[in-house]
Design a protein around this ligand. Structure first.
Ligand SMILES: Cc1cc2nc3c(=O)[nH]c(=O)nc-3n(C[C@H](O)[C@H](O)[C@H](O)COP(=O)(O)OP(=O)(O)OC[C@H]3O[C@@H](n4cnc5c(N)ncnc54)[C@H](O)[C@@H]3O)c2cc1C
Length: 381
């Protein structure tokens, strides 16, 4: 679908891409409509993806992962993104795994990562609360130490994979009076966990197959051994240091959606007719498509640079924030034009560009809003 050859691709990655694309076309695309209707993907698709080696691709084989790097993650995200498959929360799963890789103790990595790689444990990240999103220092969920356990009380909202998740990287206050320094991350295994409850799967504008949910914790007891990294008060540092990874993943998904939408639109305007010719023959269509292709190419080159830097371990927070903000804003512009070129059909959910347009909106909101990205960028200037 993509005609641009990224410099980071190679023969091995092309084989991996083919396998991922085949899996997605045969195991996911046929179920997407049913998944959207039920507001979540099937649990079994996670197991199947795990069996095929599509989960935790950039986690070391020592911990059950694929032993690859960020390029493998990017390939999978691209193949999903170009097809508008936003229900399968592989990105958040990988971000959750990376908290363990980068900050977990060896015992925690061994306990959780192999089960995440197999799809037995689906990962989620629990930061946002009803009263605290951008301003994470305002979270109220508390984890108070009681012997060998933490006792957790509070609630989270808008949690991706919230319904299916078996492991939540939960951001809590371990010292409520201390602000950022009192924040920690606790890995919460949800199976048969007393006091833990998944609330509604939220009814969203787009991403209809994604089980974004509310989570409630009432005197939930979690072993103290699940405190990420084993030391309290590290939560903010852990969150901040993994932001480039998360923001790069969002930018990858954004450019992939643009590529998929432009390809789909090109096909559509070549066969749809009005006034005795195809829509593609109008000068307005040609110029619009030229603009869309150019914006998509610029985004691709920026994202490719981020991918190469993540692999080299040199992607900084400011560049990742620039990519997240600019590529997702541009994604929205491109999708809007793709819908326009489809006419009324572009407003119908059975058309890919319609679903992609609705999905695109939240890309500017989650992972840190684009306004927060500009805050981060401006501080560096
Ligand atoms: C579909 C979806 C999936 C999500 N998945 C997850 C998840 O898996 N885990 C998770 O923890 N969270 C998740 N979120 C939450 C998401 O990260 C937050 O919604 C986001 O960070 C914004 O927080 P908020 O909604 O509280 O908005 P607010 O923080 O209330 O912001 C409202 C508006 O004010 C602006 N604003 C706030 N502060 C400033 C400032 N300093 N300067 C300028 N403008 C500002 C914002 O940019 C925004 O436009 C998800 C959200 C959605 C919709």
């Amino acid at each position: 679908m993509n005609t641009f050859n990224s410099a980071w691709m190679n023969e091995d990655l092309a084989i991996f891409r083919d396998a991922a694309a085949r899996f997605i076309d045969t195991q996911m695309v046929p179920h997407d409509a049913a998944w959207r209707a039920q507001q979540h993907v099937g649990r079994e698709i996670w197991r199947k993806a795990g069996e095929l080696g599509l989960l935790c691709t950039d986690v070391s084989a020592e911990y059950g992962g694929g032993g690859g790097d960020f390029r493998h993650e990017a390939v999978l995200y691209e193949e999903l993104g170009r097809r508008g498959l936003s229900g399968f929360g592989q990105g958040v799963h990988s971000i959750c795994a990376h908290y363990l890789v980068n900050h977990g103790t060896d015992e925690q990595r061994r306990r959780f990562l192999p089960r995440m790689a197999s799809g037995e444990l689906i990962g989620a990240i629990g930061m946002t609360e009803p009263a605290a999103g951008s301003d994470l220092q305002g979270i109220r969920t508390r984890a108070i130490r009681d012997g060998d356990h933490y006792v957790i009380n509070g609630s989270k909202i808008f949690i991706t994979n919230g319904y299916l998740s078996g492991l939540i990287a939960l951001v809590v206050k371990t010292s409520p009076s201390e602000g950022a320094k009192g924040t920690s991350i606790i890995m919460v295994e949800t199976a048969a966990l007393n006091g833990f409850r998944v609330g509604r799967i939220l009814d969203k504008m787009g991403m209809k197959a994604q089980d974004t949910a509310e989570l409630f914790f009432e005197d939930v007891r979690v072993p103290a051994a699940n405190l990420l990294g084993g030391a309290e008060g590290q939560g903010f540092y852990q969150l901040m240091s993994d932001l480039p990874y998360e923001r790069a993943l969002i930018a990858v998904a954004a450019v992939a959606a643009m590529e998929g939408a432009v390809a789909q639109t090109l096909q559509y305007v070549k066969q749809r007719k009005a006034f005795g010719k195809t829509i593609a023959e109008f000068q307005n269509t040609k110029f619009k498509l030229a603009e869309l292709a150019t914006k998509t190419r610029i985004a691709r080159i920026f994202v490719d640079d981020c991918i190469a830097k993540i692999v080299a371990g040199t992607l900084d927070t400011v560049s990742a924030s620039m990519a997240k903000y600019w590529v997702t804003d541009t994604q929205q512009e491109v999708l809007d034009e793709c819908v326009q070129l489809h006419g009324g059909y572009g407003y119908m959910n059975e058309y890919l560009v319609c679903r992609m347009f609705a999905d695109a909106r939240v890309q500017r909101i989650y992972g840190g809003t684009n306004e927060i990205m500009k805050e981060v960028i401006s501080r560096s200037l």
